[in-house]
Design a protein around this ligand. Structure first.
Ligand code: ATP
Length: 244
């Protein structure tokens, strides 16, 4: 009698423990699945014109981040550049739309083009954060060539805190390294930037090179999507002058 009571008790306890373990595992899986933060990547630039370097590194970065989507955000003019893009806003938007058409994760936003200049990344990030809500993580992509300019970016300290600023590798540039900024931004911000470095493939293409080649009547076939190349040809873009 005593033995069977003990066995019943033991079996009951084991069942209870198994049930608790099963419940906590499925509960944490469900919480992870339903509560995991969305990850949205913003990719800003003049895209004058958009090229295969942009789309290749953006796809690689989205993969590494595990992002739901990448939003291309063409800018009217960089507050730090003294020149305007050569192609108009509308042409640049249309070329981006053509270049990203084949990738379901790619989207296009005219948010910065609609704003009066200058447009600051910090304001754009805050706008997207407000739109997507606090459960979404916002990432901002940039190439390693822009690192030296970062201290001059508007609200850079707030921007480092407001999003994940992800610097990608770029052909012709050193691997991204932020240690020289420790004195101005502090070790925590520098560690965050370093953690967010993305080792993207090195694609040796720039919009400057494309514009110069087009102005000189040279071939750009392997640098652009064929749809973008057709658009440029049809609208006679970048034919005028060779820029430095
Ligand atoms: P330009 O030659 O006119 O300066 P760009 O080729 O650098 O243009 P942008 O539109 O200025 O193109 O670039 C937008 C962003 O994409 C920038 O942060 C830039 O560093 C990054 N980027 C552009 N091309 C590449 C590339 N080939 N590899 C990695 N990052 C890139």
């Amino acid at each position: 009698m005593k033995v069977s009571l003990f066995v019943n008790f033991f079996v009951g306890q084991s069942f209870l423990i198994s049930f608790i373990i099963f419940f906590s595992i499925t509960h944490s899986l469900a919480v992870n699945y339903f509560m995991a933060k969305r990850k949205i990547v913003l990719f800003g630039g003049t895209f004058d014109p958009i090229h295969l370097g942009h789309t290749t590194v953006a796809a690689a970065a989205a993969e590494r981040i595990g992002a739901e989507k990448i939003v291309f955000v063409p800018t009217k003019c960089s507050p730090l550049k003294d020149s305007f893009p050569e192609a108009g806003d509308d042409d640049r938007l249309k070329m981006i739309a053509l270049a990203i058409a084949g990738n379901k994760k790619f989207e296009l936003s005219n948010y910065e083009l609609k704003k009066p200049e200058p447009s600051y990344t910090l304001e754009t990030v805050r706008q997207f954060q407000a739109e997507y809500g606090s459960e979404t993580l916002i990432y901002w992509l940039m190439g390693a060539d822009s690192i030296d300019e970062l201290p001059r970016w508007y609200g850079i300290v707030e921007l480092i805190g407001a999003c994940n600023l992800c610097v990608m590798f770029r052909a012709g540039c050193n691997p991204p390294d932020f240690t020289r900024f420790t004195a101005i931004w502090g070790p925590e911000r520098v560690e965050k930037l370093q953690r967010n470095v993305i080792q993207t493939p090195l694609i040796d293409i720039s919009s400057t090179e494309i514009r110069n080649r087009l102005a000189a009547g040279r071939d750009v076939t392997n640098m652009l999507s064929s749809l973008v190349a057709d658009y440029i040809r049809k609208h006679n873009l970048y034919q005028s002058k060779v820029k430095p």
